[in-house]
Design a protein around this ligand. Structure first.
Ligand code: ZN
Length: 105
């Protein structure tokens, strides 16, 4: 049996970190573009990388919130497809897993 409370604390902590990362990004890119053209290109490149990262963060945040919801309603650790218990080792490696090893793509 894995320690749900510990896992929950970890997920909540991660959610806080993700929120901070998104806020930091907004602060970074609220500055106007540099007058120098090559510097502008760099800034736009950074912006693209950062947008891809933000999308990943938002996605991860959603999965974490869903996992916390499952912890709250008692369905955490059960496969969303077949209802079997997800192996503790799998949940430790991937706390937001919703499928057991047999059902995972
Ligand atoms: Zn399954």
């Amino acid at each position: 049996m894995i320690a749900i409370e510990k896992l929950k604390a970890q997920l909540e902590q991660r959610l806080v970190e993700l929120g901070a990362a998104v806020e930091q990004r907004e602060a970074d890119f609220s500055e106007p573009l540099d007058a120098d053209f090559s510097e502008q290109a760099n800034q736009l490149e950074d912006l693209e990388t950062s947008e891809a990262m933000e999308a990943a963060h938002i996605q991860e945040g959603r999965q974490i919130r869903a996992a916390l919801q499952r912890i709250a309603d008692g369905s955490y650790g059960l496969c969303a497809n077949c209802g079997a218990k997800i192996a503790p080792a799998r949940l430790e490696a991937l706390p937001t897993a919703t499928l057991c090893i047999n059902c995972a793509p």
